[in-house]
Design a protein around this ligand. Sequence first.
Ligand code: C2E
Length: 900
Amino acid sequence: MHTRKRRERRISIIAGLILVTLTLVASLSIFLVMEHQAERIVNRSLLLSLESRTHLFDAKIQQRLDANQLVATRPFIIAQLKQLDANPDDFKAIKSLQLAADTLLPTGFSLIRFSMPDRHTAAAAGIAAVHPELTVPLRLDTAVHLMWSDSGFVLSQERPMLDARHRLVGYVLTESRLPELTRMLRDTQTLGKTGELVVCGNANSGMQCFPAALSRRVYLDVPLVQNGRRLPMAYAFEGETGLTTTRDYRGREVVAAYAPLGQLGLGMVLKVDTDELYAPIYEQVREVSYMLLFFLAAGLLMLYWLVNPLVRKLAISEREARHASERLRDSETRTRTILDNIDEGLITLAEDGTIESLNPVAERLFGYPPGGLLGGNMLDLINPGNHPEYRERIEHHVARRDLGTPPSSFELTAIRRNGQELPVEARISDMVLAGRHKFILALQDITRRKETEARILHIASHDPLTDLPNRTLLEDRIKHAIHANHRRRERFAVIYIDLNDFKTINDSLGHTLGDTLLRSVAIRLKGCLREEDTVARQGGDEFIVILSRIEHPDDAATAVQKIINTLTEPYTIEGHELHSGASLGIAIYPEDGHNVTALLKNSDTAMYQAKASGRNNYRFYSPEMDAKAADRLMLENNLRRALERNELSLHYQPIVSLASGEIMAVEALLRWTHPVMGVVSPARFIPVAEDSSLILPIGEWVLETACRQIREWDKTKQFSGRVVVNLSPRQFRQGDLVKRFTHIIERTGIDPQRLGMEITESVIMENLDSSIRMLQSLKDMGVEFSLDDFGTGYSSLSYLKRFPVDKLKIDQSFVRDLVNDHDDEALVKAIIAMAHSLKIRVVAEGVETRQQLDFLREQHCDQYQGYYFSRPLPPTNSCSRKTETMRTNQKQTPPSNRQD
Ligand SMILES: Nc1nc2c(ncn2[C@@H]2O[C@@H]3COP(=O)(O)O[C@H]4[C@@H](O)[C@H](n5cnc6c(=O)[nH]c(N)nc65)O[C@@H]4COP(=O)(O)O[C@H]3[C@H]2O)c(=O)[nH]1
């Protein structure tokens, strides 16, 4: 603010000074010009005035001279003088002469005197000038004198009078007073107070001057040079006419005009004091100066009142202009910086696609050096395949002439300088610059985005474990295959693959190993199929293959056999040699389905059929298979309602001590009696319950029922041993299993020591640590644990040591051929020995014969279970055989009462 005021004050001062200086310079110039002009005018008027006076002077003198000559040449007078000369007493002649003198006197003479040749006066009229103060002879051939007498000029001239024969007859002397000239000499008021007309005669030693207006006296013998300066009269005497500034006889500075008076030997000077002469000029100059001063003051006021605001406005507008320019510069810098740093390439194009400007990002995008793209055509930088779309977008803008339309983006493939292709996202907008339509093309490198999109798409469409297409992509591929093969009228096959034993391997050896196995399977599958075939993972241990373009279903069979061969090859993973086959179901397009759902469902159905018919099998889909699948579905639906309808029950099968023959425990085995289907085998419905999670409520029902049964037997004192229930893998995976079981035990109020549980080895292996914790906490309550189906899984001694189990149950498949199969015999022996070494009791399952029993006894097997002793029986019957059991120890043949 202060700075601004200071600047404004400075501008005002400078403007004031300029105004003052200009005014002074103007004043001086005007003064000088005016002075010069005025001097010229005054001098010229002085000269003109002098000139008119000299003319008047000359004219008057000449007039009197002529009058004198006229008198002198009058014949009458000459005649009278001649007569008088002849007769001096001729009175008549004298009278005539007198008369003539009297008559002529009024014609301008103050004196006329006729005299005889001897100068004797003949007649005279008028009054002669007496004692003139000054008499100056004029340079004429007759005696003419200019005199100053009685305060005025008097011209005196004497002329001889000659007769016809030029004989002197007398003289005529005339005197004429020259009042005009006297007046002229005196009357110089028109020239001013100091104006003075000086008439002088030239004397030998100097000049003799007639009285002038100021001096008013006669000067005699005035030197022509005074104080080293020639007087103006000196120039006049020399016949010059002119003007000079000098000092006059008074020593005052005068302007003097000088001129000679004809040839009379007189000079005339008209002079005025310089002061007076130039006084009007100075007066005017003063007036002008006052005016200028006035103007100056007015100017300063104007400067203050008018110019100052203008100056201020100027300063403000100058400041605003500066600010605007700074803002513009800032804005340009900002725009340039933004353009340079923006991560988008920006290109300005003419209507014909010529590149007119672009930012560094655009140059880098295309790999060109700065300026390398200017003047080029945009089409050369775009993949020809994108030209139609690009042109269409440009033409759209041109056609609409719709400036400011928000640009819509589209994708292009740009071509870099090195020929490399680059995916870019482009936006076109337009504008009008200097009346010309321009396009702005904004380009963004979307390589990363494309990669990310591809990655996301890959993740979304692929199984993360095996990197095979997932179900979504698979369905898409099937759709494409249907589309393509429909046109070509060709076949393709959808093959559903389910790995055998994978669950067991996975459960027993853990997920990590299971995952590795799945990856190996994926690699093998891909390895044995053609490039154009698709291998997808459906989830779990299920894979689906699309065999594209098969000519005949036999081709599918060949491929499938190849798959089975590959998958049955042993795998070596983490030091384990693993064996896993597969069950495969084949659906052929178009015979087995016209859409994705049908083909997948039918191949699945075929796979189930293959699975049901044994390991490493494959089946082509047939419509009859649907019946089996429908049966399974029906089973599940019925099982769902079995609990509510009270269709479930428990049978109990005794577990007998080999040593004492005593029933140590009973295994609770589930039974389902359907009102229509009758008794449904657990082997049939347990897997369905397991697959559909129905096993969870069913399992709890089993435990609760078993507990109630224990209480019942307690009351009737019918049986005091343990009741063993089966725990399914699904149940065991429940995090709150212990809590749920404890709750049931507490609710039914039984002693946990009366409870036993059977689990499979694979269930524990699935999540070793938490499983062990769960077992331990139930065991701590008194529950006894048996490891079911021992020998069928990947039984590991080192793991077994860690399991808090009390019993091993040798699977009945080993017991079945015990007597005939030495391998089974050896295995059973080994299991018993190993279990005993770990202080674990052994229960043999499925004992049907005496031989089996004897063998087991020999091997010190602890307990057994089987039809030999008893089939599973309803609770009322199951323990009433205790005494019979005692007897059975001596029995040689199996019991015949089959109620199961
Ligand atoms: N051939 C022959 N078989 C004999 C002999 N002695 C007993 N069995 C049968 O062997 C099976 C023994 O049960 P498991 O191994 O636990 O095998 C059971 C068990 O895994 C499952 N299961 C049965 N009840 C339940 C249950 O309540 N819960 C769960 N999770 N599974 C159950 O169903 C499977 C089949 O049960 P079941 O059909 O009752 O078949 C029973 C039984 O009837 C014999 O001397 N010869």
